[in-house]
Design a protein around this ligand. Structure first.
Ligand code: TXA
Ligand code: MG
Length: 345
């Protein structure tokens, strides 16, 4: 299949491209579209065969459930069996926006969407293209990130094509996405609610609205023995194809790797070294969490395309402001995280 690519205005999307996308969704096809977090790969959430195509295109394990996207809080009743007061309070504060709520599922939602479970994850995205598309389709839209399973999520149309060209019907190219990291996932079926995936909405912001929530500590999430509360929390979930290592003091490591003759990609926090060595590709990321989040995946895609032998990432500071970023970096790391020191190669 050839993937059709249509440019779309990210602020005031025109009717034409949206209508074309709706046509594809209604006949059971796959449409990649921008959201305020990352690009999503959408299908009609009520069409089992269409949702099956998402799993096939991504190589996604059938046990990993998919978020259902809606255009209004009212539409949630088509998807979820309950709308508890906590959900209402969170929706008033954070929707439309990058917060996904896990709720008991409505019988209309097939097991294929929920990975066989009895809960459904629901999100009301803020991006005008995403919202316009869902509203125009008049359907709940099942959409994971538009990348191959276990690879880095896409924040630009070209990232989507790198992984999925020829496997999906249509891509709406709305330019780079602003947020850059996936939504926060909060399970409202437990008491207290549980943070399943840190994201652009922080735990403190949630607690200001609904009081204390449970957090999985990142080391718990990464222990292979810990039960997978959210199957997407598999350790290697956001991985680039090159060995990747995170260190809190990365410069000596980078210098050693270069001396050993390796071609090294380096993500720095704030200004990089100007003393560029041959075989070193350094990318400076902003030293604030929002700026860093918005550029991290694009930087990883850029480095991946350069195909270095090794990627070194300067680990951002501890603390909840960096929770989502550190979570994604830990998942992307192929090497054990060491605070200091020089190991292999
Ligand atoms: O920002 C986002 O959330 C993007 C955009 C496209 O909306 N979507 C996204 O989807 O990141 P995906 O499939 O890459 O990640 C969804 C995460 C996974 O970790 C999945 O396991 C979890 O949400 N999830 C989905 N449904 C769930 C459920 N019923 N219970 C628990 N976790 C669920
Ligand atoms: Mg994903």
């Amino acid at each position: 299949m050839e993937t059709e690519v249509i440019a779309i205005d990210p602020v005031t999307p025109r009717r034409g491209p949206l209508a074309r996308a709706v046509e594809v969704l209604r006949r059971g096809g796959l449409v990649a579209f921008p959201t305020e977090t990352v690009y999503g790969l959408g299908a009609n959430a009520l069409d089992i065969a269409a949702v099956a195509k998402i799993f096939a295109a991504k190589g996604r394990p059938a046990t990993n459930p998919i978020i259902v996207h809606v255009a209004s809080s009212e539409q949630v009743s088509e998807v979820a069996a309950q709308w508890p007061p906590l959900a209402q309070a969170l929706a008033e504060r954070f929707w439309p926006g990058p917060l996904t709520l896990v709720l008991p599922k409505n019988p209309s939602i097939n097991d294929i969407v929920t990975g066989g479970g009895d809960t459904v994850a629901v999100r009301l995205p803020a991006h005008p293209v995403a919202r316009g598309l869902i509203r125009a389709a008049g359907l709940p839209i099942a959409a994971p990130s538009a990348n191959l399973s276990t690879r880095v999520s896409p924040t630009r149309a070209e990232h989507v094509l790198r992984g999925l060209a020829g496997c999906i019907d249509l891509l709406l190219d709305g330019g780079p996405t602003a947020g850059g990291l996936e939504s926060t996932v909060l399970d409202l079926t437990t008491t207290p609610p549980m943070l399943l995936r840190p994201g652009l909405v922080s735990p403190q912001e949630i607690e200001e609205v609904i009081g204390p929530i449970q957090r999985l500590r990142i080391p718990d999430i990464l222990l292979p023995s810990s039960p997978a509360r959210s199957p997407g929390m598999l350790r290697r979930h956001y991985a680039p194809s090159v060995p990747l290592e995170c260190l809190s003091a990365s410069r000596p490591r980078v210098e050693a790797l270069c001396r050993a003759g390796l071609r090294v990609g380096w993500l720095t926090l704030g200004p990089a070294a100007r003393d560029e060595q041959s075989g070193l590709f350094a990318i400076e990321l902003p030293a604030d969490p929002a700026g860093y989040s918005s550029q991290l995946y694009a930087a990883l895609h850029t480095l991946e395309a350069l195909a270095p032998d090794w990627i070194v990432v300067e680990l951002p500071p501890d603390g909840e402001a960096w929770l989502a970023v550190r979570d994604r970096l830990r998942r992307a790391a192929t090497e054990p995280i060491r605070q200091f020191g020089i190991g292999r190669p």
